[in-house]
Design a protein around this ligand. Structure first.
Ligand code: FAD
Length: 446
């Protein structure tokens, strides 16, 4: 138990929705109870800026914001953001349920500005625990200036890393683009034959972008969309899938056996990953209406079971080797533009593991790192606990519950109600909540 005179000092690395939500939720505490600072390497707080294509929307409803489900009275709700911008009533009248990604990015920037604790343009370069002072030492770099800061606790919210095709970043070419850079790609406006690789939400958005007027009037000749999966999968937005995003779900998930957790995540992957219903509708309507139109036609081919084996540039033109299933002979095809939408991999756990030089690592119920050599100060992970806390953890909609648990743990008392009986289903038998820390509650992360 910490001394009551010690103020926990929490330094957050990364100003994505995870840590912004943490600082926002903490504002309802008595001033000074938890002193929080946030370090962000970028110079602004835009959210997935280069993946904001025209018409892209949130995959969830507007009320699943950074704080509402943990503290509906918070200043930092999306509703209050709209109110402060003078457009709350018009938003309601519009009937929009899933706001545009551009507007959510504005909301996150507003939260950051209102908090006033984010230091932008500063990268965390090292993290180590100093046993003598019982504090973490964080190495920082702002331009050429290197500094060190100390903190009692750390929250790592460094986000995901895009999956590369065979470790190649293709940064040198405009005719092979990763989805996270598509919005700023110049090539999009002139492409004739386009290949979209990947059947998830980013693949669907890129395909839709390619077959609609987003190309400044230049109609591509043909757009081919491939996935190695057996189909283009939709997101499960059914009523029971919402249980996975309830405040009480992480605790129930934590009480399952390791095998049960893996099974639940594997069998319900589409509750957290898949093409949102709005995007699917727009794709199908565009394809159908295209058949009726007498204007210039974009030829489209949707090819499940198809894997890209190789991708190379020949005289500046992308040439892809594609194979249908495992039996067919590979086909070599030339394109004008290849858009790679290969998903993301989690990063917070790897960041903490590398920085603290940990061998084996797991998470406690309060999202703090647990391992044999872990120091008494806590390192919490944002958005990287699907293995231990369930499949919703990678989405920012899980942030309010996670952050309520983290803050309760730092305060050593349940300021936020995180034990709500708010699920329809009972995934695990009702057992007393596991203690926040300790060897008994070790659990794999990620
Ligand atoms: C295109 C796209 C759409 C999505 N749509 C949804 C959606 O509709 N609903 C939903 O719930 N989830 C959605 N997600 C998932 C969502 O983005 C993540 O859940 C969320 O952004 C994770 O938040 P985070 O704060 O953990 O990380 P991030 O948002 O990735 O933020 C990490 C931050 O850390 C900074 N950083 C990294 N390393 C350092 C360092 N060494 N020093 C300082 N700063 C550093 C980065 O610059 C970045 O700003 C989407 C993801 C993508 C890619």
């Amino acid at each position: 138990m910490r001394s009551v005179t010690t103020l926990p000092q929490l330094l957050c690395i990364g100003a994505g929705p995870g840590n912004l939500g943490l600082a926002a939720l903490a504002r309802s505490l008595t001033p000074g109870q938890i002193d929080i600072g946030i370090i962000e390497r970028r110079h602004d707080l835009t959210w997935h800026q280069d993946q904001i294509l025209p018409g892209t929307t949130l995959q969830n409803s507007w009320y699943r914001d950074l704080v509402m489900s943990a503290d509906p009275t918070s200043h930092f709700t999306f509703a209050n953001f709209l109110h402060r911008q003078g457009r709350f009533q018009r938003f309601l009248s519009s009937g929009i349920t899933a706001p545009s990604r551009a507007e959510i990015s504005q909301y996150f920037q507003w939260v950051g500005a209102e908090l006033g604790v984010v230091e932008t343009g500063t990268q965390c370069t090292s993290l180590r625990y100093d046993a003598a002072s019982d504090r973490f030492e964080v190495g920082l770099k702002t331009g050429p200036l290197a500094t060190t800061r100390t903190a009692s606790h750390i929250s790592v919210g460094t986000g995901t890393t895009i999956n590369l095709f065979r470790d190649r970043n293709f940064a040198e070419t405009d005719s092979i683009v990763y989805a996270d850079a598509l919005a700023r790609s110049r090539r999009c406006r002139t492409a004739g034959r386009i290949l979209v690789v990947g059947g998830g939400q980013s693949g669907a958005e890129s395909f839709l972008h390619a077959i609609t007027a987003a190309w400044d009037g230049d109609t591509p000749r043909e757009v081919v969309w491939i996935t190695r999966d057996s189909c283009f999968r939709g997101l499960d937005t059914g009523h029971f899938a919402r249980d996975f995003f309830a405040a009480g779900f992480p605790q129930q998930f934590f009480n399952l056996s390791w095998a049960e957790r893996q099974r639940l995540n594997a069998e319900n992957v589409t509750a957290g990953r898949g093409i949102s219903p709005g995007t699917l509708s727009r794709i199908c309507e565009t394809l159908y209406n295209g058949q009726l139109s007498s204007g210039p036609q974009v030829q489209t081919r949707l090819r499940p079971f198809t894997e890209m084996l190789e991708l190379e540039l020949r005289n500046d033109q992308p040439v892809a080797t594609l194979r249908r299933g495992t039996e067919a002979a590979p086909e070599v095809e030339a394109f004008d533009l290849v858009i790679l939408c290969l998903g993301h991999r989690q990063g917070a756990g790897a960041f903490a593991q590398d920085m603290l030089d940990l061998d084996d690592m797991a998470l406690n119920p309060d999202y703090s790192v647990a391992c044999e050599t872990v120091p008494p100060g806590r390192v919490f992970l944002q958005s990287d606990a699907t293995g231990s806390h369930g499949l919703s953890d990678t989405n920012f909609v899980a942030a309010p519950h996670r952050n309520a648990i983290i803050l309760n743990s730092l305060l050593d008392h349940p300021h936020f109600d995180t034990q709500q009986d708010d699920l329809f289903a009972e995934f695990s038998p009702a057992v007393p909540p596991a203690p926040a820390r300790g060897a008994a509650c070790l659990s794999k992360f990620g």
